[in-house]
Design a protein around this ligand. Sequence first.
Ligand SMILES: *[C@@H]1O[C@H](CO)[C@@H](O)[C@H](O)[C@H]1NC(C)=O
Length: 294
Amino acid sequence: MASPTGGSPGLLLWLLLLQPQLGCGQVNAKILGGQEAEDGKWPWQVSVRIRGKHVCGGSLITQQWVLTAGHCILSRFHYNVKMGDRSVYKEITSVVVPVRDIIVHPQLSVVGTIQKDLALLQLLYPVNFTMTIQPICIPQKTFRVEAGTTCWVTGWGRKEEYGGDLITSVLHEVDQGIIHHEKCNEMIQKAMKTTRDVVLEGMLCGYKGAGKDSCQGDSGGPLVCKFKDTWVQVGLVSWGLGCGRGNVPGVYTDIAAYSKWIVEVINRAASLYPVVFLIPLLCLVLPLGILVAP
Ligand SMILES: *[C@@H]1O[C@H](CO)[C@@H](O)[C@H](O)[C@H]1NC(C)=O
């Protein structure tokens, strides 16, 4: 993650939210400026771990489900998830929950260009929401964020393309201007000196000038935008050509394109355990029914 400046997220879509306090995408903590994220500023951010070691970012979308990148799940290691703290090492306000089940998108492809890069992690037990643990809203299928909207990506990833530590101990945030896949494809084709399509439908990009990008270790982490008073996850860190290079946007999985799959997976699990799981699901379903693209 490279250095962000101030600037408020764009408000380019008008959304109707009936009862946002009951839903997702809400922040309780006081927010201050700065490069390091304040405690509780991004309460849906999680660290996905293997044997206690951070491997990827992720986001909490219900009490029992975490969204991350498909390419983060390359083996059947025992994963767990840490959330509730901006430090990737310390466990002051955080909880660590084992992962019970992993569902990678069945069409994940890492050949040529990474496609359908998402996975859902079902936690062993539901977490309780706190000041520093809250779910993020998932947009519905028709939701299209306007190009140029300022959004934020967060993570514990590497701060520079070369050198420096592999992960940063305190959660970082970087602002990103949204670029749709067609335009992004042109930019990346130019950088790669290729005519092959590399950025396809189901992806979106973010760019805010050289040095502002997601990097290794940020994979799977959320790209979120604030609409009215609610934060919505529009993307998930997927891939890039190096990190923070000039005129090379970072590429994200477009969450709206997969919201149907996400809801299906969670509903399928819920139908196996109808009583226990119906309540946590509300958080996802409520905003899904309410977010409306113009
Ligand atoms: C959540 O809160 C309930 C009620 O206070 C408690 O019984 C349960 O153990 C908590 N769950 C976790 C994961 O902390």
